[in-house]
Write a protein that binds this ligand. Sequence first.
Ligand code: FE2
Ligand code: FE2
Length: 306
Amino acid sequence: MPEQKQLYLYNRAQLHEPGGGDPALLAFERQWIAGQLAEIPPADCPGDLAGLQQRLARLIAEEQRELPESAGYVGERMTLDEFRILVQEFAVDGLTEAQVFYYILPRLTLEAQMPMLRIMIDEFGSGNLKRAHTSLYLELLRELEMPTELAFYSERLEPESFAFVNLFFWLTLRADDPSYFAGAITYLETAIPVFFECYVQACRRLGIEAHAYYSEHQHIDAFHAIEGQRLLRAMQATDSLCPRKAWLGARLASAITAAAFEGAVGKARRLSRQGEAANPRATGTPGGHLRPAGQLPADNHGAACR
Ligand SMILES: [Fe+2]
Ligand SMILES: [Fe+2]
């Protein structure tokens, strides 16, 4: 039975050699996404762009009104060793940040490519390697005296942490409609400036100077949220937006990001209690699976958009 790690390693290989694929892994991915979609109430889906925008605003406002206890813990109490585990769990994303987004561009109409391209320019530091978001993550890893090789992290992440990255491979490479991606990216860019406050607070409290990965996202994602809205409108104007699928993409991003964050904070606290969080080099194998990958219910959102 494949797991998220095998799917992640397959996805990385696909970046260099797209096409084809392991049928068992792709079936695993289909089952995983179907299970996630099955948890979203179908009646909640919007029928037009205005309905999508209202639901997105409401979802984000609700989430920000009730930030999870884990976010407060990160901001106010998390120790430096625990913070290293949190940084470790998101390293496969930070070390390859936005690279898979290249694959969505040709799937968008030319008009919709423009806002996405403007987001990409920022992700890659406007062509300045030092400002690329991956470089900011590298600075953070170096200050925390953590390894900078991607392979190190591929060996010790939780399934939820791989799932966060794998969602973007599915959204960009295999989802049947780029609307899923458009909803997901607009949700994330809008939610991150507030959600990253706990990371910035932790860096300030713990005296971490390489906080730019988090503080830069707080700044730039406010602009990316506007680009996300432009992306949705450009897709609408070119008759390529399915509001229902965009909403499902946003809900997937919300659920999978929350699970990854909870999993990472939970792992940091668990290892800390066990006295193992002193140095990520010494944490060895990942902790127990927080959510075993079991049989997932069928997709109840299977109807084509148009
Ligand atoms: Fe970024
Ligand atoms: Fe962004």
